[in-house]
Design a protein around this ligand. Structure first.
Ligand code: DGY
Length: 325
């Protein structure tokens, strides 16, 4: 009988990593987005010790019940709003994620959206392609130099965005649950309402949780300047999308750059697709070859470390690890 751990793989594994995992574990393949509880035969479920999965796998009480021997679930993402962390912790299931390796890529998309909005770059492309340029000049746009960038959330990604914004001579302010000593020299701490009121560009860098769901809504949007832009590269449901659409239609804010939405993939029937003052991306903050490779490397290392009883590099509920030790 095989002594190998049985692990669910529900994430895109490059061939060399697949070999590495297969050398030590028996892989049970679950297509990305499919429920492991439905895909894995009942007889195998009590033997599954580990899982590596994307944000599309719900690690909830039902999954934990279906896999009673699960010791570690490793997210191929820094976010873990797909996981019921409290339930996993109660069941002593270690949850791992991929912080640190995607900060630059997500910050790049944030800065890209800011430039697209202020300089109207997406419309400018259509202007040239359609021949409109032959009939007149493109309308003037807005400088970001000298403007105020407000960061809601000052974690790893927020700090990289703050550093990048300095190259554009922007004044950077931020709001966090508490002041961050690592932000000193990069950004000035302000109150939450003040952040919304004073920012020319407001960029969201907080995780999705029960507390943050719809935490940017009608009230917050109402505090913003009519010339201000909202950028979200964090999680769609942090913003009350209906309130945002209303604010964009009414001209209460100048525009929005969204890499994330409440429903993904965004249906083309969404009013967001109709609004000319919105730039949309398909949740691609971390989607570069280099960054996704670094993420899957870390997700697999976390999985194998946990199974081999070595301390994983990135744990969401380290108390589970400490209790085991
Ligand atoms: C993350 O890592 O949380 C990203 O949003 C996934 O693309």
């Amino acid at each position: 009988m095989s002594q190998k751990h049985k692990v669910i793989v529900s994430a895109p594994l490059p061939a060399d990593l697949r070999e590495k995992v297969a050398a030590r574990c028996e892989i049970i393949e679950v297509p990305v987005g499919q429920s492991p509880a439905e895909s894995v035969p009942a007889a195998l479920r009590p033997q599954v010790a580990g899982m590596v999965c994307t944000m599309r796998t719900l690690v909830d009480q039902a999954l934990l019940d279906a896999f009673p021997a699960l010791a570690v679930s490793s997210n191929f993402a820094v976010g873990f709003d797909n996981v019921d962390v409290a339930a996993a912790t109660r069941r002593k299931v270690l949850i791992c994620n991929t912080p640190g390796v995607l900060d630059g890529a997500v910050a790049d998309v944030t800065i890209g959206l800011m430039l697209c909005l202020a300089r109207n770059l997406v419309a400018g492309d259509a202007f040239v392609r359609s021949g409109a340029w032959t009939k007149g000049a493109f309308p003037l746009t807005t400088d970001i130099r000298g403007k105020t960038l407000g960061l809601l959330g000052m974690g790893r990604i927020g700090r990289v965005v703050a550093r990048a914004a300095q190259a554009f001579d922007m004044k950077v302010v931020y709001h966090n649950r508490r002041q961050d000593p690592a932000a000193q020299g990069l950004a000035t701490y302000v109150g939450r309402d003040e952040l919304f009121a004073m920012s020319d560009v407001l960029s969201i860098h907080i995780p999705l949780s029960a507390e943050t769901r719809h935490s940017v809504g009608k009230r917050e949007l109402g505090l913003m300047k009519p010339t201000a832009y909202l950028i979200n590269t964090a999680r769609g449901p942090v913003v009350d999308e209906a309130a945002l659409i209303e604010a964009l239609r009414a001209g209460a804010i100048a525009g929005a750059g969204l890499d994330v939405m409440e429903q993904e993939p965004l249906p083309p029937s969404s009013p967001l697709c109709e609004l000319p003052n919105v730039v949309l991306q398909a949740h691609v903050g971390s989607a570069t070859h280099e960054t996704r490779r670094a993420m899957i490397d870390l997700a697999v290392a976390n999985l194998l470390d946990a199974l081999d009883k070595r301390k994983p590099q990135a744990m969401v509920n380290p108390e589970v690890w400490e209790a085991r030790a």
